[in-house]
Each structure stands twice: as C-alpha cells, then as structure tokens.
Design a protein around this ligand. Structure first.
Ligand code: ZN
Length: 398
C-alpha cells in the first residue's frame, strides 16, 4: 500500500473531469452562412458543447470544395470581415464558440484539392491516386520564414479585429507543419493544433524545446513504459502548447450505414481510452462536408446523425470537460507551471497564475482545507478549489 503522500496529485483537468472533449470545425470563412452552422450544431449547443471554429482570415476563391460553386476558380480574396451576419452570429453565440486561426488564405497555388464531387452519386469523392502529397497543397508549403510569419501575423490581426478577442491557437491548412511555422507561431504567442506527429516534432526549433519535459517524455515512453498518456505529455515539450487531432469525423466514414456503425464504434473506443488515461479528445469536423456542394440543407445525413450520436454518448456515459480548444491549450500550459510538494499534513502548491477549479486527487476518506477558501469534494478521492497566484497551503487530514 502506497503512503497517502504518494497518492496525492493534481488532476490533469479542472473541476474533477476525467478527460477533455473539444470539437474543431475547419474552414469557417467569408463564405460560411450561419444557417449551415445552425443545422449542424443546434443539438450540440443545446447540450453545452463548445465548437472551436478554425477560421480562414482571407479566403482565396480557389477551385476547392470549401468555396461555394459561384465563387470557385475566381482567385479573388475574401476577408472574413465582409461577412457581417456571420460575425454577429458567432459573437452572439458567446461561450459556445471559439475562434482559432486557420492559415491566412487557405490556398495559394492553383492545384485542385481533394475531395472531388461525384455528380452521379451526389457525394464527395476522395481521389485515391493523388500523386502529390496532400500537404503540398498547403499555402505554407516550402514558404520562407518572412512570408510564413507575415501570413500568420496578418491573419491573426484580421480575426482579432473581426471577433474582438485575442486569438491564441493556430491550425494550419492541411495540417502542414514546418520549422518556420513553429517559429512564427511562437513569435505570435500561439499554440498549434493539428499536424503534430513524429516527423513534424523533429522540426521544432531547438530554442523552443523544453528539454526537461522532452527527457521525461522519452523516459516514460521508452524506459519506464509507465505512462500511456503520451499525447498529453507531448503537448508540453515545446514552449508553445502542441495539440494533436485525435479523431476525424470525415464524410467518407459515414456514407453507408454499416461503415457508419463501424466508425462510430471506433470513435467511442478512442473516447473511452482517452477518458481512462485522462487525455484529451479533439474531434475534427468540416461544416461544408455535411452539404453536397453547398446545397441549402444537409445532404450527408449519416454524418450528422452519427455526429450527434457521438455527443450523446459523451454526455450520457463519460465525465468530460467540454471545452474549447483555446481553453484546452491555455489550461495545459497553466497546469504545467504548477509545482506541488507534500510534507506531513500539508500540501504546498505554487503557481505563477490564478487558477479556477483546480482538482486534487487524494486517498478516499481524506478532507482538505485551505484557510478562507471553499473546498468542494466532487468524489471521495477528488477535491476542487480555486488558487491565487503564488503559494497556497492546503491542510489534509483523515
Ligand atoms: Zn482547411
């Protein structure tokens, strides 16, 4: 039996939640109509899920499906600022939505992006034999540092002016990642969501690595093999938080009933796994995939049915922190800076920031107290409280 001291730790997530659950929708832009979002997300919003829209600041009207047919191939640029009704709609949704930056113009080159349209089946189709890797379509592909930084800072400014809030997370088109993107995102105080994998991690500039955390990740992964929550650990190896996309709710997984069931079960399996290890789940959507070529009403109804089914499962069967991706990223960095030490009957917590809803896990039967602060016990082994910047002393006793 471990000593109680060894069993006390700060939970990964606030308010005693077991894991974090976020929805990311890519490609919100000048072209998006509020009615499209209403049809997809009304149920999600009723249940207090937050949708983080990865928003294109100045979308280029290229020959791609995220541009409506009437604008396709015009090669003109369209600032989100010119879609007033969308901006008002988003601002009005308040805490149920979040804005992330999705590149600058999404595409620069004139090559066609997959998926394509299958006019016979009224469906989207992915071109299997695309000879050029998908990521080469990114507006950031092979771009030098000056131009990369320029696109990121200009795009951020457009979004901040439009939505009157600071933008802290970058999602690159096609999730393409380069050393220049890492550098520019850091300079602009932005976390990165998506495109984080073994190959892209090697592109983190040495000056941006947190070496202690990197060593800990390598140790946990290769030597102790104790920690299964590699995704959570990886988010802390660079000076700006790095978040992975954990599940892609793509149209091509939900075209037939049998496939839909299979893919739904796979999604549920990932959710259960994330909950068991205290990780996070980021679900990726593209609102335009729900509509065959920008029709008025949802055409890919299975995609929508199973989207709501997944959310229903999360609500009913799990203890999820329903958060935006900006909140998720900011929480991970706040949590990372907390230091905890335990002596006799006192726990000392040091934090450079004020934190709401901090949760301590401790052996059942223990009571925690902090002078002049309320401690809420959410389960026999979890207590929640707010801390101020600096040192907090917590007494614990049986
Ligand atoms: Zn995109």
């Amino acid at each position: 039996m471990k000593k109680p001291n060894k069993l006390i730790k700060i939970s990964h997530w606030p308010q005693g939640h077991n894991y974090a659950f976020s929805i990311r929708d890519d490609d919100l832009s000048y072209f998006t109509r509020p009615e499209q979002l209403d049809q997809i997300y009304s149920e999600a919003w009723k249940n207090k899920f937050i949708v983080s829209f990865a928003t294109i600041p100045n979308h280029k009207a290229s020959d791609t499906l995220n541009v409506p047919p009437s604008y396709r191939n015009k090669h003109t640029f369209h600032s989100i600022n010119n879609n007033i009704s969308l901006i008002e709609y988003i601002i009005d949704k308040n805490k149920l939505v979040d804005i992330l930056q999705h590149g600058y113009s999404h595409i620069d080159k004139e090559n066609k992006l997959s998926p394509f349209l299958n006019y016979d089946k009224k469906q989207l189709v992915t071109l299997q034999d695309k000879s050029v890797p998908f990521m080469h379509d990114s507006e950031f592909f092979n771009l030098n540092y000056i131009k990369t930084e320029d696109k990121i800072s200009k795009g951020k400014q457009i979004l901040e002016d439009a939505f009157k809030k600071s933008i802290t997370v970058l999602v690159t088109p096609q999730e393409y990642i380069s050393r220049n993107i890492f550098k520019a995102a850091y300079l602009n105080n932005m976390s990165i969501c998506g495109g984080i994998n073994k190959k892209s991690l090697l592109k983190i500039p040495f000056t941006q690595l947190k070496y202690n955390n990197l060593i800990m990740v390598l140790y946990n992964y290769f030597i102790s093999r104790a920690n299964k929550n590699i995704i959570y650990d990886l988010s802390n190896i660079a000076k700006n938080t790095l978040l992975l996309t954990t599940y892609r709710h793509y149209w091509n997984k939900y075209t037939e009933r049998a496939d839909s069931n299979y893919n739904y079960n796979k999604a549920i399996q990932i959710i259960k796994e994330k909950e068991s290890i205290g990780g996070y789940f980021i679900m990726l959507n593209h609102y335009w995939e729900y509509y065959y070529d920008w029709e008025k009403d949802i055409t890919n109804s299975l995609l929508h049915e199973y989207f709501n089914k997944i959310l229903y499962f999360v609500n009913k069967n799990t203890n999820a922190w329903k958060c935006s991706i900006s909140e998720l990223s900011s929480w991970i960095s706040l949590r990372q800076n907390i230091k905890i030490s335990i002596k006799k009957n006192e726990i000392t917590i040091d934090s450079p920031n004020k934190i709401k809803g901090l949760c301590l896990e401790h052996p059942p039967g223990y009571e925690l107290s902090i002078s002049e602060k309320e401690v809420i016990k959410c389960r026999s082994n979890k207590s929640i409280f707010n801390i101020d910047k600096g040192t907090t002393h917590v007494q614990y006793h049986k």
